[in-house]
Write a protein that binds this ligand. Structure first.
Ligand code: ACM
Length: 638
């Protein structure tokens, strides 16, 4: 009896200590709402359910809700403009300051559902939460059957940041108009509201500029190559450029209009003065060398020396001393500003190699005239000229953090990617900042065991993404617009792999940018993440299961290798062999770090959960174990 009592005390303690939306009632919302109270009972959906939209502004959300419900159930629910119904969507008559422009209240009882918000965007996010309260069958792209019931809850919710972004690179690989829309559909399910569209780079120019037709006639196409990016063969003489694509003005208007229906702002990026090889392929007179270059298919055209220093073997940089360049940019930004209603235009400014400027007499003459000694300041001059162009189109400029080196006005918003330091410096100087550091937000990086994942030069696990805090200590939060995940696509050739690289890391990031800082709990997130694996399975969305693989690290001391292993998520058991046999759950179980005996040993590792294998077999020969000695992912072992 005493034991039983202790058991119940423990259970109730655990229940209390878990965040509100723990496993009770199967509620597993991502991102975690500000507050959630579970009530008793369910609301049962039926074909007779009535979606009532109180006011015109609620109607588009009512239609989207009906579309989602009908798709999965096969029913034919139609929203009605009405002030009562068993699913009521209403805009608050008196704005509720607490929830702001994007927050909402959602009440579900056995009698009905009510979503209220100050704006239709708030209703839209309330709808996303409601959909996640339904069983995973709601994600089915075709009609199916399920127990269509929603647990009774009261939710009050609003975002932490106004900029909840994802950057999609469509230059390195092209994604069709339909794919971009599909990606928008997915991001809004997680309450992201900003799509930063990286439209130009060395590997393709993807936006039609009617006054500069060669940008897409030439710049949007490259020779087809397979195999790892940055190791590919140069184009051969007369080889046709068949890989690529671009968005016409009509395509862009269509995507922007679609994004607006999903409460997504699209920020276009035209990356200058570096990363401009596709533009230079079209108009060679834009560079200092005026070399004839081609749209790069993924060759090794740069050398990297560590600490971010590098050399471009091919001139991919606009000439800052040439007025023709500014005339060119004026034409480009006239059309970009016309197509995109967003307040910001991103103009890149990153990784600009200045070696060709150093050797160019016109650049040197300009530096003399400007009385500047460093080429960094020449980039400063270039950026200030571009800022004037951007401002003349009624827009604000945003740049990567490198532009701080040449000095830019505090009206320029900074996107911090080389860690957080650029963002910290920028915020201290009074710039608006979006945090998208490689250390927490680069989703082109591998997300698990390096010997299994498709090869990329760096790693970022979902657990680390979840630990991201966009407002550094001592920084006034009013300068931090929000945060963003960047998906560079050198190694992402298709939509399916874009999904794989996005999930589950975007789920973690959605929580970083939406949910309160307080109450973060990795174990609880991990449980909800696994629930979302099921939802993604039903939706047919690809995602990485890397969290089920062991993390294997080695250290070397006095010639001896020590093996240390862990898992990102709880409740997994690790088994291994060092005798060239296949491991299973009767092999040695990993309990603590151990020293590898002498010999030409291969380590084989598997993970199990509840007696069943889960995750991949990892096979690491001695040479690989030696190579990774000391390369720790320390925080994953905490
Ligand atoms: C960047 O990753 N070059 C912004």
């Amino acid at each position: 009896m005493k034991k039983l009592l202790i058991f119940f005390v423990l259970i109730s303690f655990c229940r209390l200590s878990l965040p509100a939306q723990s496993s009770k009632d199967g509620i597993a919302l991502i991102p975690r709402p500000v507050s959630l109270q579970s009530k008793t009972g369910f609301f049962k959906l039926s074909p007779a359910v009535r979606i009532a939209c109180a006011g015109d502004a609620a109607m588009p959300v009512g239609e989207m809700l009906a579309m989602h419900l009908n798709k999965a159930t096969g029913w034919k629910i139609k929203p009605q403009k009405f002030s009562s119904g068993n699913i009521l969507l209403q805009i608050n008559k008196n704005a509720d300051d607490k929830i702001g422009k994007e927050g909402y209240q959602l009440k579900v009882s056995s009698a009905g559902i009510q979503i209220s918000a100050n704006t239709s965007a708030g209703l839209f996010y309330g709808m996303q939460t409601l959909l996640q309260l339904l069983p995973e069958a709601i994600e089915s792209p075709t009609a199916t059957t399920a127990k269509w019931q929603i647990p009774a809850v009261e939710i009050l919710d609003y975002p932490r940041f106004g900029w909840r972004g994802i950057m999609l690179d469509v230059s390195r690989h092209f994604f069709s108009k339909e794919e971009v829309k599909r990606y928008i559909d997915q991001m809004v399910r997680l309450k992201f509201n900003t799509l930063h569209w990286h439209l130009t780079d060395d590997h393709g120019w993807r936006i039609e500029i009617k006054s500069l037709p060669k940008l897409t006639e030439v710049g949007a196409w490259r020779v087809q190559r397979y195999g790892r990016f940055n190791t590919r063969k140069d184009p051969q003489p007369d080889e046709p450029a068949t890989y690529g694509g671009y968005y016409t003005h009509d395509d862009i208007r269509e995507i922007v209009a679609y994004a607006q229906t999903q409460y997504v702002t699209i920020i276009p990026e035209i990356d200058v003065p570096g990363h401009s090889m596709a533009a230079i392929a079209a108009y060679p007179e834009l560079s200092c060398t005026q070399q004839k270059v081609y749209v790069n298919p993924g060759t090794a055209f740069s050398e990297w020396y560590g600490n971010g220093t590098f050399k471009m073997l091919v001139d991919n940089t606009l000439n800052p001393s040439d007025e023709k360049v500014y005339e060119f940019l004026d034409k480009v930004f006239t059309e970009v500003a016309m197509l995109f209603p967003a307040p910001y235009i991103h103009v890149g400014g990153d990784e600009c190699y200045k070696g060709y400027w150093v050797n160019n007499p016109d650049c040197q003459a300009l530096m003399k005239q400007l009385k500047i000694r460093h080429v960094e300041d020449l980039q400063g001059y270039f950026m200030s000229r571009v800022e004037k162009i951007i401002q003349s189109k009624g827009k604000k400029m945003m740049c990567w953090d490198e532009v701080l080196e040449g000095g830019v006005s505090t009206d320029v918003a900074i996107m911090s990617w080389r860690g957080m330091k650029g963002g910290i410096k920028a915020a201290k100087e009074g710039h608006q900042v979006v945090m998208s550091p490689t250390t927490y937000a680069y989703f082109d990086y591998q997300q698990g065991e390096a010997s299994i994942e498709p090869p990329v030069y760096a790693s970022l696990r979902v657990k680390k993404v979840y630990s991201f805090e966009p407002v550094p200590e001592g920084i006034n939060p009013q300068y931090i617009l929000g945060a963003q995940g960047n998906i560079w696509t050198e190694q992402i050739p298709n939509f399916r792999h874009l999904e794989y690289m996005s999930y589950p890391r975007l789920w973690a990031l959605s929580e970083v940018v939406w949910s309160p800082k307080e109450g973060k709990n990795w174990q609880d997130f991990a449980r909800r993440m696994e629930h979302h694996f099921l939802r993604a399975d039903v939706a047919g969305i690809n995602y990485a299961k890397s969290v089920y693989d062991a993390i294997i690290q080695t250290t070397k001391k006095e010639g001896k290798l020590t093996i240390e292993m862990a898992t990102e998520i709880p409740d997994l058991q690790i088994y291994y062999t060092i005798d060239n046999t296949m491991p299973d759950n009767r092999s040695p179980r990993y309990e603590k770090p151990f020293e590898l005996p002498e010999g030409n040993i291969t380590l084989r590792v598997v993970t199990y959960r509840a007696g069943k294998p889960i995750g991949h077999l990892i096979t690491l020969p001695l040479a690989q174990l030696e190579k990774r000695a000391g390369q720790h992912e320390k925080e994953l072992f905490d």
